[in-house]
Design a protein around this ligand. Structure first.
Ligand code: CTP
Length: 397
């Protein structure tokens, strides 16, 4: 009973899926939680506060004041009281307000004052869900450390079919239970994560780089932080944001910079997960001035960069864990196993570019984990966030 006596603020907004929030409240109560509902004015158009308060045994909060007696409802108190805030359903408008701090109702003010983690289950029509502004708002909310339960695909209230339907209450419950099971499981652990590409400078305006987006490394950092770890995230140039208080982000550009920061940080770490796509070589010469076109050929000589993983592997003490990544196109398993030994890794996460939906460009990834004993675990194609969770379960079993 991980939910026993947990304080949950359940936020309900104006979507037809609000009717499912009643089942969700019931499931939370049955699991032993205390539930305080906060509903937006348009949420009340879809489900009555009477139904909800009958389920939770508490008056539903909606306005800043109770109109008849002027009682002030404190969003700050709710923020302090809660162990978790769950917003289900969350409309496109609510997501936009949450992402931008537009505190024009009790639910958003409660969200902004929330001390507890927040899980959001969006619900909207497929085109609204697919709109770039919604995508961007969800990305922002994730970067604030909020957990998003992706909507399901299927028939929508509009009779259109597509992705946007709020996930079923049982599935949301599973996310909530999972959250409490894992919460704090990594407290007092220190984890170093490298992420993104490195840029190897040729001259003041050009570099050699790669297509790594950093998404996998950021997902790992966020998941570790969510479980209570103190994370040092060393990242190459990426366009990602992260605001989780448990993450100390150090931005670097080149492999040499990433090497220096990582070697220093590793001394105090319990584990390092090396997700960065580090350039193996850099130009032998870095030109101070922009290189001008001259002649038909331009030769750039490259010299090797230091291998961060191998160096950490040499430094590694018995109580430290080292996890590497391998992106292979052929002889995947043999090559990955060689890297485990060469770099003294505890295990390696293998991405194959032969798998559809895996690799740099995608939101999803498909991994295989190989350990030093040659044991192999294959995982299904999942979102990078889910993959991050699998990798962390493997690192800290
Ligand atoms: N890595 C690193 N420092 C480097 C190169 C790689 O820390 N200079 C790490 C990566 O972050 C990854 C792992 O080593 O965790 C594997 O990287 P990869 O480039 O595939 O390995 P290489 O040893 O460079 O092998 P190859 O280029 O032959 O595939």
């Amino acid at each position: 009973m991980v939910l026993k006596d947990k304080h949950i603020v359940l936020g309900i907004t104006g979507s037809i899926a609000a009717y499912k929030a009643a089942s969700l409240a019931r499931l939370l109560i049955k699991a032993g939680a205390e539930v305080q509902i906060v509903i937006t004015p348009s949420g009340k158009e879809f489900i009555t506060p009477v139904t909800l308060s009958a389920l939770t045994g508490k008056p539903v909060v909606s306005e800043f004041f109770t109109a008849n007696d002027g009682t002030w409802h404190s969003h700050v108190d709710l923020g302090q009281w809660a162990d978790l805030m769950l917003i289900a359903p969350a409309t496109a408008a609510t997501l936009a307000k949450m992402a931008n701090g537009i505190a024009d109702n009790m639910l958003i003010t409660s969200y902004l004052s929330m001390k507890a983690p927040v899980i959001i289950a969006p619900a909207m029509d497929l085109d609204m869900f697919a709109h770039p502004s919604t995508t961007q708002n969800i990305e922002l909310l994730r970067s604030y450390g909020n957990i998003v339960v992706e909507p399901a695909a299927g028939e929508l209230a509009s009779r259109l079919t597509g992705k946007g339907r709020m996930e079923e209450p049982e599935k949301i419950m599973a996310v909530v239970e999972n959250f409490f099971t894992r919460q704090g499981s990594l407290s007092k652990k220190k984890v170093l994560i490298t992420a993104g590409p490195t840029y190897e400078r040729i001259d003041p305006v050009r570099f050699i780089g790669n297509y790594s987006s950093g998404k996998m490394g950021f997902a790992l950092a966020e998941e570790c932080a969510r479980r209570g770890a103190e994370v040092t995230l060393v990242t190459g140039p990426v366009s990602l944001k992260t605001n989780h208080p448990g993450i100390t982000r150090i931005d670097v550009e080149s492999a040499a910079e990433m090497y220096n920061v990582s070697i220093k940080a590793f001394l105090s770490m319990d584990a390092a997960i090396l997700c960065a796509a580090v350039a193996d070589f850099r130009p032998a010469e870095q030109y101070a001035e922009k290189v001008k076109r001259s002649g038909d050929m331009l030769n750039i000589s490259l010299v090797p960069n230091k291998d961060i993983a191998a160096s950490l592997g040499k430094m590694k003490k018995a109580n430290q864990l080292l996890v590497g990544f391998a992106l292979e196109t052929n002889d995947e398993e043999t090559n990955a196993l060689k890297k485990i030994i060469k770099k003294n890794l505890d295990f390696i996460v293998l991405n194959s570019l032969n798998d559809a939906g895996a690799g740099f460009k995608y939101e999803t990834n498909k991994i295989t984990i190989l350990n030093r004993n040659g044991e192999r675990k294959d995982f299904a194609l999942k979102t990078k966030k889910e993959v991050a969770s699998d990798i962390i379960d493997e690192t800290f079993p």
